[in-house]
Structure formats: structure tokens, C-alpha cells
Design a binder for this molecule. Structure first.
Ligand SMILES: [Zn+2]
Length: 232
């Protein structure tokens, strides 16, 4: 068994705690569009993502959906399920396929109750995710589609730790809370400026600095939140 994996929260734990978690978990592959947590249901597992990216997605009665948070190698998907008795109102969907250490939620609940170290890291990640979610709620109301798409692509790249992102137009539309045609228009605009390449769902960030200039101020809030994780 490896002593560590690619997940930053897991790697921030002390060797003894990390070993306990890895012993209780199993490595699983995650494929794009896979639901790892449903709405209104206590999820059976939490996931330390090693590669790829998942999104928390709200579905409305008319079938429209919107992404409200994301988790990659930076944290533990399912952290919110440990904070209290309520079920999460968002489903968790794999946005970029990869792998994770999957751990029974019951075990995670036990560590959360008994281990100050585990609890502090989970709360630090949840606080960061909550802050980003607050910022992006305002972003969706106040900022234009191009700057939001630039911000969102940078956030995905940071969490997946890759400049090559395979993203369906449906996911991009969910992010923007808009139509697929709008996504295509905005992505074309970023492409014309030489900031990204975008071919059949394969997005490659070509000019990170230029994309940061195009992104709204909300990206900096998200970037700083991640940079300060686990270093308090
Ligand atoms: Zn914004």
C-alpha cells in the first residue's frame, strides 16, 4: 500500500491518521457523469479524490441544473455530510474522470467525532468551499458569461491540476446556468483570443495569464482560499 496518494487533505494528515484512513478505504475509478452522492440521501461513502474533479449540482423541478461547488485533489468529497444531520441538497457528479480513495461515511463520522486533526482539516476545507460558494453565488448574478467561464476554467484546472480538461457542453452550460448555445459562443470568444483550445469537449488552457486577466475578481478569492488550505 502506498504511504500517500495524490489527495492534498490526505497527505496533510499525520502518518498514523493517514494510514488508518487508507486501511479503511479502497481505491476506485471514477468516470465522467457518475453520481457519487444523491440528493436527500445520506451518502454511503466519502471520497479523497486523487485525480479528476467532481461537482455539486442543484437540479430544479423543470430539469435545469447548476453547479454550486466543486472538489478535486484539494479536499474530501462528502465533507458536508459530516457537519450535521441534514442531507445535502446538491448531488455530487464526476465532472472529469479519475480515481479516489473511497471510505465509508460511518468511518469518516467516527474520525470526525474522535480526531481533532481530522475534524480541523475537514472543517478547513468545508469553510473554504462555503466561502467560494458564497462568492460564486454573487458572481452568477453580477458577472458576465465570458469572465465567469474564464474563472470557472481556472478553478477546474487548479483542482484537477491539469490544463487539459475534458468537459461536456452540458457541464459548461450548468456552470454558466445558461444555454448550450451561449456556452459555445463564449468558448469561441476565448478561443479566438488564443486563451483556450476547445475541440469537442476537450478544453486546453493555452494562455493561463491571459485567462486570469479575463476572469472576474472571484477567481482570486477561490485561488487564495485554496492556497491557504491546511497551512493555518
Ligand atoms: Zn465573478
Amino acid at each position: 500500500m502506498p504511504s500517500s496518494i495524490g489527495n492534498h487533505m490526505l497527505n496533510a494528515f499525520s502518518p498514523a491518521l493517514r494510514a488508518s484512513i487508507m486501511k479503511a478505504g479502497e481505491h476506485v475509478s471514477l468516470v465522467q457523469s457518475q453520481h457519487i452522492a444523491s440528493v436527500e440521501e445520506l451518502q454511503p461513502y466519502v471520497y479523497f479524490i486523487n485525480s479528476g474533479l467532481c461537482s455539486m449540482v442543484i437540479s430544479m423541478q423543470d430539469g435545469r441544473t447548476a453547479e454550486v461547488a466543486m472538489c478535486g485533489r484539494d479536499g474530501m468529497a462528502g465533507s458536508l455530510s459530516l457537519l450535521g444531520p441534514q442531507c445535502c441538497s446538491a448531488a455530487t457528479v464526476i465532472q472529469i474522470g479519475g480515481g479516489a480513495l473511497r471510505v465509508p461515511r460511518r468511518e469518516a463520522e467516527r474520525w470526525f467525532a474522535q480526531s481533532t486533526e481530522f475534524r480541523c482539516y475537514v472543517l478547513a476545507w468545508a469553510q473554504m468551499a462555503w466561502n467560494v460558494s458564497l462568492q460564486t453565488s454573487a458572481c452568477g448574478l453580477l458577472h458576465d458569461a465570458e469572465s465567469r467561464l474564464a474563472r470557472w476554467l481556472l478553478m477546474c484546472a487548479d483542482r484537477a491540476e491539469s490544463n487539459n480538461l475534458y468537459l461536456t457542453q452540458e457541464f459548461l452550460a450548468e456552470m454558466l446556468g445558461t444555454q448550450r448555445t451561449t456556452v459555445a459562443t463564449v468558448a469561441s470568444c476565448l478561443k479566438r483570443k488564443g486563451l483556450i483550445e476547445y475541440v469537442r469537449g476537450n478544453v486546453t488552457i493555452l494562455d493561463r495569464s491571459g485567462l486570469m486577466d479575463t476572469a472576474c475578481e472571484c477567481y482570486e478569492v477561490a485561488r487564495k482560499g485554496m492556497a491557504h488550505l491546511y497551512h493555518a
